[in-house]
Design a protein around this ligand. Structure first.
Ligand SMILES: [Mg+2]
Length: 262
């Protein structure tokens, strides 16, 4: 056993690009999660993915050999539900998001007209000109703009795909407003996950493939940031970044050794 580079009490793991790509396990990811669990290191999966419910994510990860409980997954959808409950209770909301976003957003009053809040999540074919324009008009009429996240892109089998950030930025630009972001890199997303583990930022690590939204955002809160060279990782992003990750590893497969668990 090699001595650990650091020994966090809690580990937050991004999902897409760290554990899986297109819902297939990144080599070594199933074993890394098993090792964390076996060693009693508290962990949570913290993902900005909005098009899948937590139940779906747990099922898809299970099929990829990564055994996790629904309760171990923190999504931008769950963070958005908490944000809407706290800041816009009972508000009429319009949802611009692809897939199953609504499933973990129960209790929200969804409307197609005259919304008080416009919620933007991960894009897909539903993002027609008509729906994006509808969102724009509601914001112009005074609706608050809430971004489930503002990621730039994500990696799929076909290559990079444009993510929610372009739409959020476009709506902000066109309507002259600033959105509230609830997913990573917002502090509430990391803090919420750590709270469920009873861990403080100083004793925790965040492992991600997104330098800005996962790693540097977590480091700003006092967590140790670990960047993986999988998923959306690009060498030129690392070179051009304003900040440096605390640690860089080839993939999550190297995490157990980094923690002195292998
Ligand atoms: Mg990722």
């Amino acid at each position: 056993m090699t001595p650990p580079a650091f020994a966090p009490r809690a580990v937050l793991l991004d999902v897409d690009g760290v554990l899986v790509t297109a819902w297939r396990a990144i080599p070594g990811a199933p074993a890394a999660v098993r090792t964390l669990r076996g060693a009693g290191v508290g962990f949570r999966l913290v993902t900005n993915t909005t098009e899948r419910s937590r139940a779906s994510i747990a099922r898809l990860l299970g099929a990829a050999g990564i055994e996790v409980e629904e309760e171990e997954i923190v999504t931008a959808n769950v963070a958005t539900r908490e944000h809407l409950r706290a800041h816009h209770p009972g508000a009429r909301c319009f949802l611009l998001a692809s897939g199953e976003a609504r499933e973990d957003l129960e209790g929200v009053d969804w409307v197609e007209e005259d919304a008080e809040v416009v919620v933007v999540g991960g894009p897909g074919p539903e993002f027609t000109y008509d729906r994006v324009n509808r969102a724009f008009r509601m914001v112009m009429d005074g609706a608050r703009l809430v971004a489930m996240h503002r990621n730039r892109y994500w990696m799929t089998d076909e290559g990079l795909r444009l993510d929610a950030g372009a739409y959020v930025l476009g709506l902000e630009h066109a309507a002259g407003v600033e959105a509230v972001t609830v997913g990573k890199p917002a502090p509430a997303m990391f803090e919420g996950a750590l709270r469920t583990l009873g861990a403080a930022p100083a004793g925790a690590a965040m492992v991600g493939d997104d330098l800005e939204n996962d790693v540097l955002a977590a480091q700003a809160l006092g967590l140790t940031g670990v960047l993986v060279r999988t998923g959306k990782f690009r060498e030129e992003d690392l070179a051009a970044a304003a900040g440096r990750p605390d640690l860089v590893i080839g993939s999550v497969a190297e995490l157990p050794a980094l923690l002195g668990l292998a």
